[in-house]
Design a protein around this ligand. Structure first.
Ligand code: BGC
Length: 718
């Protein structure tokens, strides 16, 4: 019977693939037919922006304009066609989705998919064909201003989330635009820096999520990065765009430039860029407008090259706005708010709960002081980065009032002033890190009178912003002084930090007993946070990047490669990015990759691999048992790392190769079964330009974080 069902399923899948192939063949014929009738001028029109967020279609064949919008936090408000000012629409309020590092902290690809579906549905409602999302450059350097938009320091976690975000968006027949390809890991000098990255690091660290999003997610568009990679602008980088992306990975869609990220006509056209986008006209003077027409006429760019670009664009239009399955979409619906809530509530990381203050015992609490600017701040907008005109955004104070206000008095004190704007000069921002004693005194006076103090600190979208990096890891706005004063005044102080990137939490970790990490967590942030504090949600977020003890410990700073010399950032750490660096160099982090607590405890047992010896092409089936030994249900993120023992080449101490998030009822034991392909244990040999599987002994680690190894087993590769 099982066999019959399997045969029937295989028959259905094969039928579907056949039908898909057939329709792709028909589509190719249709596209070729249109292409034959197009003039060169019409083709060139399609290859560059005709407004801030669109490029021309071919009206006489009924091909519509290609319209795009930012991402990643949600569908951006409508701006004017030719400038960045608001179009003052009343129908463009959208769902504000949790930021990239929040999604990554869920360690749950299903959440990335949920995110994508919302983005896709809302893009359809706004008639956008391409969403400029997701963004998943590797978090190489903790100060990078866009860390909050990106996912992780780990290529595997990055890949699993990227695939699902793309699939989610594209399930709505909207193109995802994965960005920024590649090695765009700092904002300082981003449009002039030349990043020098060896091929092994590119292949093992910086490329995997892009490759996975293309090959497994079938991403329709890719955005080239602003920076140079190994001497060539990413928008005209033959290795990156032609050799790797299009030829090796088989990318069928279109590469668009980052806004005003093109530098030459002929080099960009011949080296793989398909669409030039930018910030201001005159549009017919752009590299891919009149100059490209001239370059074709003078023979520097072939018609074949132009046709390939147009073919790619038509292909993506037929898969999006002209797809027969294209829906009208929906925006800012209760279902979308619920998705934002689900993601936010899985992203919150419990960093410390030594006094078992959390979850708050409602019956004993008569009064709560909520303190800090971040308790009332909305994060949908701010700084240079794309934001969202959020239909609603529940602040921490609103969430806490709604969850605790019936049984306790909830009062607020500002605590600190967030005196920092991304577009101010350093001189204008001077003093932003100073405490405001009057606000501290008011907060202390309030905290003295309440049973509990919830201190909401961290950063905001002005302080973490596209276009600039932070200068150090210090908490801004004199927050440490506020923490010290409030914690001294109220022994039941809970520190809640809202930010998108690592900060220096040394003192807080040492002196405070209760620390919760939240993010720029979207429309439902306050509700999700309050539900975690109340125990309605058992926290299950895990850090997607390392928090170093000091900036000097982190690779780019230790090797003096940030921001680079003479506009060159040499990634000397190679593959040793994130925990790979800290592990290999034996440096203790403040909080390690993968870390996060729960209101329950889990024990691991019976780690077994299905065999002891494997060969190339095999897969390891790993089983493990995880028991919830506490009194409440909870989700555990089981992490599987692999170490190569006695390697003859440099290998990181360990590398994440699989993970699974599972809900386990109290007292229950859950079986965990995962597969790891032996081929995925290869390293890239820079000299031979090939992936190599080292024979010999390996260790598999089942872990609750990158530094909390619970079970190990060994196996061999022949
Ligand atoms: C950013 C992109 C963004 C584009 C359009 C650029 O500055 O780097 O991520 O999609 O602007 O807003």
């Amino acid at each position: 019977m099982k066999y019959t069902i399997a045969c029937f399923m295989a028959f259905l899948v094969a039928g579907e693939v056949l039908a898909q192939n057939k329709s792709e063949v028909a589509l190719t014929a249709k596209i070729n037919n249109i292409l034959r009738k197009m003039t060169l001028e019409e083709k060139i029109q399609m290859l560059h922006g005709n407004a801030l967020f669109s490029s021309a279609g071919v009206p006489r064949f009924g091909i519509p304009e290609l319209t795009c919008d930012d991402g990643p936090l949600g569908v951006r408000e409508e701006i004017k066609r030719f400038d960045w000012a608001s179009a003052n629409w009343t129908t463009d309020s959208a769902t504000f989705l949790p930021n990239g590092s929040a999604i990554a902290a869920t360690w749950n690809p299903a959440m990335a998919h949920k995110y994508g579906v919302v983005i896709g549905e809302e893009a359809n409602a706004r008639q956008k064909n391409i969403m400029l999302a997701p963004a998943f450059n590797i978090c190489r350097m903790p100060l990078c201003g866009r860390t909050y938009e990106y996912y992780s320091e780990d290529p595997y976690l990055n890949s699993q989330l990227a695939i699902q975000s793309v699939k989610g968006i594209q399930s709505q027949h909207v193109a995802a635009c994965i960005k920024h390809f590649a090695a765009n890991n700092q904002e300082l000098n981003r449009d002039s820096v030349n990043t020098i990255v060896d091929e092994r690091a590119l292949r093992e660290i910086y490329f995997p999520a892009f490759k996975a999003a293309v090959q497994q997610g079938n991403a329709y568009t890719v955005m080239s990065a602003y920076n140079k990679l190994n001497g060539y602008w990413c928008s005209e980088n033959d290795f990156l765009l032609n050799k790797v992306l299009k030829n090796e990975w088989g990318f069928k869609g279109a590469v668009m430039s980052d806004w005003s990220g093109v530098h030459h006509t002929v080099a960009a056209a011949n080296n793989g860029l398909d669409i030039e986008m930018g910030s201001s006209g005159p549009y017919d003077q752009w590299y891919f407008a009149k100059p490209l027409l001239a370059a074709v006429k003078s023979g520097q760019v072939s018609v074949k090259t132009i046709d390939d670009k147009v073919r790619r664009i038509l292909w993506l239009i037929y898969h999006t706005s002209m797809s027969s399955n294209h829906s009208t979409g929906s925006i800012a619906t209760p279902a979308h708010a619920k998705a934002a809530y689900d993601i936010a509530s899985e992203s919150i990381v419990l960093l410390k709960n030594d006094a078992h203050l959390l979850p708050l015992k409602v019956n004993n609490i008569r009064s709560i002081a909520v303190i800090g600017d971040n308790a009332v701040r909305r994060f949908a907008l701010g700084g240079y980065g794309a934001g969202v005109k959020a239909q609603h955004e529940i602040t921490a104070l609103e969430g806490i009032k709604s969850r605790f206000g019936k049984t306790a008095s909830v009062t607020f004190a500002q605590g600190y002033k967030a005196n920092y704007l991304a577009n101010n000069t350093d001189a204008q921002n001077a003093g932003y890190d100073q405490p405001d004693q009057m606000l501290i005194d008011q907060a202390v006076a309030l905290a003295k009178t309440t049973d509990i103090a919830i201190l909401c600190i961290g950063s905001n979208r002005e302080f973490e912003s596209e276009g600039h990096d932070r200068k150090n890891l210090k908490l801004p706005f004199g927050e440490q002084e506020l923490v010290n004063a409030v914690s001294a005044a109220n022994p039941n102080t809970i520190i809640v930090i809202m930010a998108g990137a690592p900060y220096d939490l040394n003192q807080i970790k040492k002196s405070n007993h209760t620390i919760v990490w939240s993010w720029f967590n979207g429309s439902e942030a306050g509700n999700a946070l309050a539900d975690v504090l109340k125990g309605i949600v058992n926290p299950s977020g895990r850090l997607p990047f390392t928090f170093p003890v000091s900036l000097g410990d982190s690779p780019a700073t230790a090797l003096n490669t940030y921001p680079g010399n003479n506009m060159t950032a040499d990634y000397k750490e190679g593959i040793l990015v994130g925990y790979r660096w800290y592990d290999t160099k034996n440096i203790d982090p403040l909080y390690c990759f993968g870390y996060g607590l729960s209101y329950t405890n889990f024990t691991y047992s019976d780690l077994v691999t299905n065999k002891k010896v494997y060969k190339r092409g095999d897969k390891i089936t790993v089983s493990l048992k995880v028991k919830n030994t506490g009194a409440v249900a909870g989700k555990e993120v089981v992490q599987f790392y692999i170490s190569k023992l006695n390697s003859t080449v440099l290998r990181p101490g360990k590398e994440l190769k699989a993970f699974k998030k599972i809900m386990i009822a109290p007292g229950q034991t859950a079986p965990v079964l995962i597969n790891i392909a032996i081929n995925d244990l290869a390293y890239f040999n820079d000299k031979l330009k090939n992936w190599m599987i080292e024979p010999g002994q390996y260790k598999i680690l089942a872990a609750a974080s990158s530094r909390d190894i619970r079970q190990t087993a060994t196996f061999n590769i022949k």
